[in-house]
Write a protein that binds this ligand. Structure first.
Ligand code: GTP
Ligand code: ZN
Length: 298
């Protein structure tokens, strides 16, 4: 390649102003960004070139299919990853499932838009820690039609189902800290995790993911490990955006008296009627109300 030739690469990870790219030929390359590209994210496709000084630099971000964002500690939206086909929302039996957070991830997935797979990890702890209320919450997602897999990262149980679901796609693992996202990825890609760990230079242990990183699964899929979170707040959404995250409502679309019905206390609400008739999952609806209220407060 000549010094000015430009090429396309994909961002594997980012440390401040420095990026690791995967080039079109599959090599990993350390790259700098120009200041105006500060929003470049893991999963972005970029145009890059070798500068006359010999260093590689990113020139432009190619148009994105979508970008998953979340607010930082100041409330400013930050890109977690870009160009996502499927969101793997990971929960576990310990730490306890956070159903409200799972619902918020599902709303985010519908907005991206991206497919969803609900992953319940630490299946080995289910008998010890589950209780009927939690099983009922989980069953509601199944009844709505969300795909769910139960995994055990320690012995690889259930991983084949994830691999099948993500064939040919870019998948992102998201969820609470400590549910086992990195462990699942290590099981799927033992060699690569060790190699990327060596590139990290952050001095952090492998089990505290601080930046999003992309891994290739034998050329069949791309996996993104994103930092675990204590919470996943949603930005301010319109009522339509919020309700789009509740596919169980769509069968009643247009049946409420008011077409902007929030399904709270409006008269002749088809959702409330369906709930009273036992045709909708009540726990999801209660959490929908909580989310709606939190939206009006922010
Ligand atoms: N019992 C059991 N423990 C598991 C399983 N998978 C992961 N763990 C343990 O759970 C802990 C957290 O795992 P991680 O893979 O670091 O979790 P993470 O979701 O990547 O956490 P962050 O990097 O903070 O987001 C570790 O001690 C793992 O050994 C599992 O299937 N069963
Ligand atoms: Zn309604």
């Amino acid at each position: 390649m000549t010094k000015t030739a430009q090429d396309i690469g994909r961002v594997i990870t980012r440390y401040g102003a420095e990026l690791i790219l995967e080039t079109a030929s599959g090599e990993q390359l350390r790259c700098t960004t120009r200041r105006k590209l500060e929003h470049v994210a893991c999963g972005d496709y970029v145009r890059w070139q070798v500068e006359p000084q010999g260093n590689a630099s990113v020139l432009a971000i190619l148009p994105r299919k979508n970008v998953l964002e979340r607010p930082d500690f100041r409330g400013k939206l930050r890109a977690v990853a870009a160009n996502i086909d499927i969101l793997l929302v990971v929960s576990s039996w310990r730490p306890e499932p956070n159903w409200e957070m799972l619902d918020r991830y599902l709303v985010a997935a519908h907005l991206l838009p991206a497919e969803v797979l609900i992953v319940f990890n630490k299946a080995d702890l289910r008998d010890r820690y589950h209780h009927p209320e939690q099983e009922a919450c989980l069953r509601e997602y199944f009844e709505i039609g969300y795909p769910i897999v139960h995994t055990q990262a320690v012995d690889g149980n259930g991983l084949a189902e994830i691999v099948e679901a993500i064939q040919g796609k870019t998948a992102i693992f998201a969820g609470q800290s400590g549910v086992g996202k990195s462990s699942l990825i290590s099981q799927m890609l033992p060699e690569q995790v060790i190699r990327v760990g060596a590139i990290g230079e952050t001095g952090e242990g492998r089990h505290t993911t601080t930046v999003s990183s992309l891994y290739q699964l034998a050329g069949q899929a791309s996996l993104i490990d994103s930092p675990g979170v204590r919470d996943f707040p949603l930005p301010k959404l319109t009522i339509n955006q919020l309700q789009a995250g509740y596919p169980e409502f769509t069968r009643f679309a247009g049946e409420c008296r008011f077409n902007n019905c929030t399904h709270q206390h409006e008269p002749s609400c088809a959702i409330k009627a369906a709930l009273a008739a036992g045709e909708l999952p009540p726990r999801r609806y209660q959490r929908y109300l909580t989310l709606l209220k939190s939206q009006s407060n922010n």
